[in-house]
Design a protein around this ligand. Structure first.
Ligand code: FES
Length: 116
């Protein structure tokens, strides 16, 4: 899959002026346009995945694109679990990818008891 941002001259919707912005993804600057979501900025720059699943560590990015699946969560300016497809990007936003390991089973969170 290839993602890219169309130049305004090729956009049939004829958008207004393009106000550039820059966000930081784990220390790497990523350029976008005012009005784009964080997911839109990342996808437009060719970044397809920015989270890893807890169990198998598989890459995730946008799945539903409408705020339902939570596959796209990132940390934005220190706030965890932000849906990148729902948050509009702001110039200077600091985005951190997320990867959380599954918790170890304990007697409190394991309803079936001892699994050893
Ligand atoms: S892609 Fe599904 S919630 Fe963002």
């Amino acid at each position: 899959m290839v993602s890219r941002r169309l130049p305004a001259t090729d956009d049939r919707i004829v958008p207004g002026t393009e106000d550039a912005l820059s966000i930081d993804l784990d220390g790497t600057p990523v350029d976008g346009l005012r009005g784009q979501t964080i997911a839109g900025v990342l996808l437009g720059s060719g970044v397809l995945a920015w989270r890893r699943t807890s169990g198998s560590g598989k890459p995730r990015g946008v799945f539903c694109g409408i705020g339902v699946c939570f596959d796209c969560i990132v940390t934005v300016n220190g706030q965890r679990d932000v849906r990148a497809c729902q948050r509009r990007a702001a110039d200077g936003d600091r985005i951190e990818t997320q990867h959380d390991a599954l918790p170890e089973p304990t007697t409190e969170n394991d309803p079936f008891g001892d699994r050893t």
